[in-house]
Ligand binder design. Structure first.
Ligand SMILES: [Zn+2]
Length: 88
């Protein structure tokens, strides 16, 4: 099922699963990373989402990744997430 929102670089489309890799925090290295899905998703699309995926809906504007350990937020796919987070 393809419910991953479109990305400019298409990086998530090549992920190992529907939800891609959870990854680790670029700030503290923790694996407690939350993926925010921004934009509309199909009804029921979140039923099989892992617990670390949040749905922000069409009103979501924030960075699409956040860390439960250190609270940092960043955009997935940023070449330098630390710099991107600071500049937003
Ligand atoms: Zn962190």
């Amino acid at each position: 099922m393809m419910i991953v929102p479109p990305r400019a670089d298409g990086s998530d489309l090549d992920g190992p699963s529907t939800w891609g890799e959870r990854g680790v925090c670029p700030f503290c290295g923790s694996a407690e990373v939350i993926h925010r899905v921004i934009g509309m998703v199909l009804a029921g699309a979140d039923d099989d989402a892992p617990p670390w995926v949040e749905f922000s809906g069409c009103c979501g504007i924030g960075p699409d990744r956040s860390c439960l350990s250190c609270g940092e937020e960043w955009w997935a796919g940023s070449e330098d997430p630390r710099h991107a987070a600071r500049s937003r």
